[in-house]
Structure formats: structure tokens, C-alpha cells
Design a protein around this ligand. Sequence first.
Ligand code: GTP
Length: 613
Amino acid sequence: MDKRFIRNFVIIAHIDHGKSTLADRFLELTGTVETRKMHAQYLDTMDIEQERGITIKMQPVRMQYVLDGDPYTLDLIDTPGHVDFTYEVSRSLAAVEGAVLLVDATKGIQAQTLANLRLAQKEGLVVVPAINKIDLPNADPEKVSEELTALLGIEASAISHISAKDGIGVKELLSRVIKEVPSPKTETQKVARIRALVFDSSYDTYKGALAYVRVVNGRVRRGDAISFFATGALCEVLEVGYFKPHMLVTEAIEEGEIGYIATGLKDVSKCRVGDTITNNAQLSISSSNRGPGENFQTHIEPLPGYAEPRPMVFASFYPTEGDDFDMLRDALSKLKLNDAAITFEPETSEALGRGFRCGFLGMLHLEIAKERLRREFDIDLVVTTPSVLYKVTCNDEKVLDIAAAGFLPDPALVKEIHEPWVELDIVTPLSFMGNIMELVKAFRAIYKETEYLSKDHLVLHYEAPLAEIITNFYDRLKSVSSGYASMNYNLSGYRQGDLIKLDILVAGESVEAFSHIAPRQSAENRGRRIVERLKELIPQQLFAVSLQAAIGGKVIARETISAMRKDVTGYLYGGDYTRKRKLLEKQKKGKKKMKAIGRVNIPSNVFLEMLKE
Ligand code: GTP
């Protein structure tokens, strides 16, 4: 393929600013998807994405378009906008030359607009800015344009005004992409040799690990012997192709193109995101083709990869039914095939049985994994209180990584506890600044500085402990700003904290799933809140149930759920045994979704509700 007619680009934006809708219009305009098959957010292929209207996974798609008589091949990658999935965005950026930066005309620049723009600039991409949703009555494109010109240092005329919903300005925007985004660079390296960057992967039962690649040098064909630089895996290419957006087999994918390579590898960890695929030196270059003394491997440099995704939030997953443990292990392994950022390792708890300690990129990521396990694998879970990863220094100087309160050593043995901190950026209209400054005080955040995007729209820079902002901070931020403020955060390092273990006891038994590592200063309040909430959530039992929060054995808050006797068949007098049996069976089924903690049956949704506390 003539590289002059290839354009590789992404659409980046804050969540809900309209990426998937714009991608839909591009797909229609280029005739990539037939009109009768078109539906909203076409590239969001997972059920959860469609239902929630959010993009979780990046999705590449190839489009063909003729401009001024020239036939162009456009490889677009639609990216997620939520902070948890910044890692997906950063990977897709390394596979392209340009980015459409989409900003909602009613909201203006928001936290992920800035974060994703910085990532695109770092990759040296050409940025094509566009203001979306100009059809809305409360759109203020002039104001957003002012902000963007200041931020990007460009003229207002360089910003497209579009409505992805109504298709206004979309054709012109695509023409701009073709004119402004450069075609892939020609490498000077003499390459019959392959270099392809793996920017994503998935798994197919028949074709093994599928590497989603940007070919930087050479050409990959079926039957080629290839190897992975980092993992050292060797394989023969079973198939190559590109995304339409379904996978379409082709003869070869070559320099400058985005496509996939079916590797046949059964172990997906061998096909690692960020790795470089190259020829298998032993098989594909016969010695007669090599120069005298030429060592093949020393001539090829791997492409710059990606940092491994770092789990930020940990929680344990326990099956409600003890015997679902093996099912859960299989399900997690399968989930990981398409979501490499999940980590998990087996864990045993006295009260909850056998389960897994899992690591996630954030709370949305956790919630989605849990939801997928329920839908795709029919596994009902008990999920323990999410935690960050603490570094606990013991008196003997040993440092332990602890991600659950239940694993904290005896306080007498602990010298110091260090917790992760983040740089927290909050973008807000000026009118909510007071509310936000008040709010963050309760979250141990430290104010750093204010940056103005315009006279009444600003970025507040803070530092904060990660543990404070992963749970309900975002909801609170939205509520004190009527939905206008947004936030982004980056891990900045570890700092010592005055932290203690907060135990929660149900009917006298400590329930690890509810226990917390908490700052001493707010532990009492938190303990009180938790027992009050549990009182609302746990149904009455046949006996009175005490709920207690305790620190180091000292009870700091207590509630009691009064006893109740429930006879489900009581009102069925007479001898209709079938109805009676049916009711008892129904009740038994209902019980399945309960977890017995000591004598108390706790419905599994209570554990999920408590995640939000
Ligand atoms: P994530 O993938 O979750 O980050 O969202 P997104 O950026 O892909 O946004 P999406 O395309 O899902 O659009 C979000 C909402 O805005 C949807 O309800 C769209 O219908 C709506 N929307 C997108 N573009 C326009 C537009 O031009 N005008 C109007 N009125 N609504 C739009």
C-alpha cells in the first residue's frame, strides 16, 4: 500500500464529549458500515459499553475515503474517556500520527481533555481540535474556542465546530484529518525485517493470542516466523488482517498499517502489550542473506514500549457459593485475556473461604470486572472493601506490601505505614471553587496552585492520598459542583501516614470484608458511618445482631439490628403442600445470594453497597 495515502489517528476527549458518536459519523461517511446495520456507538461492542454508554476498551477500525480524487486508508482508534482507562489511551497514541481532540461545547475543557492532550503532545502527535455538540441550545462554542486557542496556542480558525449527532461539520473535519495528520514516516532502516508494536491483544480459542499491532517496518504475512523481543516467544503467523471493525483477513500487513497478527500462542502472557514483534532470526533470514559476520538480532532495536499498567485499587473477590472457587479462577483467567490490567492471586479468609485478591486501575474498572463476572460467567461475588497498596515497615525493618486491612500485622510490630499519594487536578467553573475547596479539606488534600483556562474556568491542583479519592470523592465532587467539575489524578509517590486498622464486627465476629485501613483522625467518624449503613442494609435475622466498629479492641461505634421471626409459609393455611413447597424453594434460592458470616446471613449486594462507603 502507498504510505502517502495512509492516515492513522485517534479521537481523544473527556468522557461523554462524543467520541463514539463522532466515530459513528465517520463510519457512515466512509461507508464502512452499511446504514441499515448502523446503530449508536457502533464501536462499543461489549454489552456493558452499550448499556452504560461508555467506552471501556479501545477499538481500531479501518475506513476508506476518497478526497480530491485520491483514495485514502484511514485507521481510526476510538479510545475510552474515563480516568481509569488512561492506560488504554496512552497505548493507542503510540500507534498513530494524529489525534482529534474533541471538546463538548456545553462543558468546555475538562480533566481528561487536559490529561489526554498532554499524552498526545508527549507522543508528538498532530492535534486536530474540534468543538462538539454545537446543536445544543446551551452550547457556548465561542467561549470553548477561547479556552482552546489559549491552551493550544492556535488561531480560532484552526478549531472545527461540529455536531457529531447531527453530522454538522463532520465531513470537513475528516478532510482536515487527512490534510493535517501526516502519513506514516518512512524508516531509513533497510527492512525486509519486521518491527511491529503490540498496542493491544485479545484471545481467540482457535487462533490463540491475537496481537493488535502497528507495523513500523517491513511486512507481515501468513506463515512468517516471528518472535517477540521481550518475552522471547517464537511462533508462526497463522493469519494477518485489519479491523473493519470485525477482523478481516488480508494477504499482508505492512509498514505504516494497523492490523492484527494471529499468533497461535496459547499463553497470552507471551504476547505482551508494548512488546515488539520481529522476524524469528533463526528461521526467517537464511544465513546466505546475511552480510559477513552480521548478527541479525543486534541490528534490530525494539520499539519503545509501555510501562506496565499499575493496579491502583485492590479488593478480594469471594464466590458466594464456596464451591464456585475453581469457576472463579477460570473466569478471572478468561477476563484477563482481554483485560491485561487485571491482576489476581489466590487468598484464603477464615470467614469468607477461598477467593482472590484482585488489582484494578480504579473503581470503575473494578465494578466492570465484577459485572462481567456476573453476566458472562454467572458468578455471584462477595467483594471486600477496596484498598490501595500500603507499604508497611515493621520494627525489624522488613517492608510488607499490604492491600487489605485483614493482613496488617499486629500494631505493636509496625514501625511505619506509607500510603500512595497522587497529583489531583480538578477542573471547575469559578462559581464552584468555594464548594470544592471546602470539600477537599475532608479528604486530606493539600492545595498546590490554581491555573486559569479562562477568567471563569480553572484547574485546581492538589496533592492527596489515593485512598481518599478512589471511593466516593468523585460523586461528592460532582454533587457540590452540579456535575460541572471533573478530576484526573496521577500517582506521585508514597508518604507516611498516621493510619490504623478499623475493625467491623457483626454479631461479635470481625468481618474482614468490611474492615478498613483508615487515617486515625477520621477513623471514628468512618466507623460510625459504616455501622449505621450496615444497619440499613443487613436484613433482620431471627435474633438480635450487634454491629460494632472497633480500633485495637476498643469499640468506638455500635448499632443493633433487632430480632425478627419470619415464617414465609405462615400465611398459607390449609393443606396446599405444592404451594408451600414452592415458597420454601423460592426462599432457599433467595438464600443462595447470601453469605453466612458466623450465624448472620448477609445478602451479597450488601458487600457491593458498602464499596461506596
Ligand atoms: P465515552 O466513550 O464514555 O468516553 O463517551 P464518548 O466520548 O464516546 O461519548 P458518546 O459518543 O457516547 O456521547 C455521549 C453522549 O453525548 C451521548 O448521549 C450522545 O448521544 C451525545 N452526543 C454526542 N455528540 C453529540 C452532539 O453533537 N450533539 C448532541 N446533542 N449530543 C451529542
